[in-house]
Design a protein around this ligand. Structure first.
Ligand SMILES: [Zn+2]
Length: 261
């Protein structure tokens, strides 16, 4: 399937590198699919209400021209053509744009739905942005297990959407965080969501301290975050020629993916 790489939210964390919200737009035989949704039009119109205090740490530009809705317009697609949105997790910078596609089905792991909708812990109660959610959304929960994908044992192909879209459970950043692997024909793209913030973790080069501090502060399970860095970096270092890794916020990996699409 054809994969477009969209940045749906440039951010400028203090003393950090410029960050993006890397969203995949998939052209499937079953309509358009988004992987993550970045920020949406309502977030840009009212960041204080919609995104809350976290915006002071991430400092998004909130440009409506960067929303998936506007980028689809420019690509000549209709917003109603987006039938499904697969979310790595439900943090505000990943789900906000989903509100612009109220007719789309949302796909998340069951554990992430539990974290966001029932919020068993205090940290989870303050973490998620209920004000961004749309009542009309049909939320489909998945429990990836049993199948494996390139050594990750808890995976599930979402063939109800289209073949070649695999939800790979990788909790740590949040309780039900997942990566999404997509078959782009000549290669696979593994969208790692917030499983790591910076390509330095993959290459063994320095990671900006601001990003390390933010990643640590918001981790649901810090040990698992470190384990995930190690597993993904091992995959990255293996340099499988038919696989590229992307992280939601890493500008370098976003540009590489987009330039070789
Ligand atoms: Zn994020």
């Amino acid at each position: 399937m054809k994969v477009h790489h969209l940045n749906c939210g440039t951010m400028h964390p203090p003393r950090g590198p410029v960050c993006v919200c890397h969203v995949l737009l998939l052209e499937t035989d079953n309509g358009l699919v988004l992987v993550d949704a970045g920020f949406g039009l309502d977030d840009c119109a009212d960041p204080k209400e919609r995104v809350g205090p976290v915006r002071h740490f991430t400092r998004p530009e909130f440009q409506s021209s960067e929303t998936a809705a506007h980028q689809l317009d420019r690509l000549g697609f209709g917003r109603e053509d987006v039938r499904h949105i697969v979310l790595t997790h439900l943090d505000t910078d990943h789900v906000g744009g989903a509100a612009d596609f109220p007719h789309a089905q949302l796909h998340v792991t069951s554990k992430e739905a539990l974290a966001a909708f029932e919020s068993p812990t205090k940290a989870e109660r303050v973490r998620y942005g209920r004000q961004q959610w749309v009542k009309e959304h049909d939320v489909v929960e998945h429990s990836p297990n049993g199948e494996s994908w390139r050594g990750f044992s808890a995976a599930k192909e979402l063939d109800g959407i289209a073949p070649g879209i695999v939800l790979v459970s990788l909790p740590g950043h949040t309780r039900g965080h997942a990566c999404v692997a997509v078959d782009a024909g000549h290669r696979w793209v593994l969208h790692c969501g917030d499983a790591f913030y910076h390509y330095g973790y993959m290459e063994g080069t320095p990671v900006p301290r601001t990003l390390w501090a933010m990643e640590t502060a918001v981790a649901f399970d810090r040990k698992r975050v470190l384990d995930n860095h190690a597993r993904l970096s091992e995959l990255y270092q293996r340099s499988e020629p038919d696989l590229i890794l992307a992280a939601a916020h890493d500008l370098e990996l976003f540009q590489r993916a987009r330039d070789t699409a």
